[in-house]
Design a protein around this ligand. Sequence first.
Ligand code: HEC
Ligand code: HEC
Length: 332
Amino acid sequence: MLFLCVVALVGNAGCYDQADGEYGRPDLDGAKRKLATRQLQEGREAYETHCIGCHGAEGDGNGDAAKFLHPKPRNFQLAKFKFTSARSGQLPLDEDMKRTIRQGLKGSAMPGFGQLSDHTVVALVAYMKTFSPKWKDQQVGEPIPIVGNPYSYDQDKSAAIARGEVIYHAYSQCWSCHPAYVSGDQINVYRRQLDSPEFPGFRETLHSAVGKVNAEDQLIFPPDFRRDFVRAGADAETLYRSIAAGISGTAMPTWVDSMDYKSSDGEQLVSTADLWAIAYYVEDLIRQRPPKLEGAVSVRERPEPIYLHGPPPKAEQEPAEQPVEEVVDVDF
Ligand code: HEC
Ligand code: HEC
């Protein structure tokens, strides 16, 4: 070791460390530290520019704007994230946080920051991790399995949607929190199709969502897909992820591990692939949302603006003459 070091000094090439068998250039760790410090600095600056007003200087979700917001900005000190590809309750992957920062969360105050460079978004994620010791103490969650999509080649998704309606109501009973979208009698017809006992009765409010208290003691309503925003995204792939993984800190369970159901004679009646059917069904429900709701801000993801009093007359569609005060653009 001593000999090698002396040679190294003479050759100015580094010191061979027999203990771990690596060339440990004396300044490598220092350089790494410097890079990490620079990244955290960049993350901190971006955070203080874009995020602090809602998420707070300490990352506790208590920024100046927080008292006006429902749902509240996320408290990063708890390291509980809702829209992730890890199972509910586990730490999210960096990709999940990057996606949220880029795309925002519809129907909440969380804006999308599509204008930030990848470098800055990565730095923001690194900086957000400094708010909770969990990032040092715990493993990041495993991404949920994405099973093969049996409907991916179907141009027309109506078979998937019809199957999703059955599973949503008869097997998963998503309507124990979200609304049901068919009658109680129809649910029992679907139950028979799945070789399952009928329900003797249903709650009176079968077609409305049931309020649920979340981990922060706020009452939240599971979305009525024909009415409300879903936060993470309304395409089948994102819905698969939201449904399969579940939503940490809320009543929304992880579904990916409980989609295996066989009849008494061993016939597979429900399988994980049915999560795709549910995703297409929910996507279809979301498509049925009205473009605007009377007296309320519209709850539809759409690229074009929403005109409260009808679209402006054609002649006035020049940018300078658009009646901007009548446009409610809910794409935050
Ligand atoms: C105008 C207020 C506002 C600003 C500005 C804002 N956020 Fe948020 N953010 C929210 C709200 C509200 C939520 C919670 C939404 C919910 O619970 O559905 C949230 C949630 C999040 C989440 C949690 C996602 C999850 O899966 O649970 C992350 C991560 C996040 N914000 C990062 C950021 C970063 C980084 C910035 C700055 C670049 C930022 N936010 C700026 C309001 C804001
Ligand atoms: C025990 C109650 C419960 C059950 C059962 C349940 N959910 Fe949820 N779900 C919730 C709650 C609560 C939320 C809202 C979480 C939030 O916004 O903070 C939610 C949110 C969602 C979202 C929105 C994700 C987003 O991006 O905002 C989808 C999609 C969803 N649920 C689908 C389903 C489907 C499909 C089923 C059945 C397979 C189901 N849920 C069963 C309680 C439930």
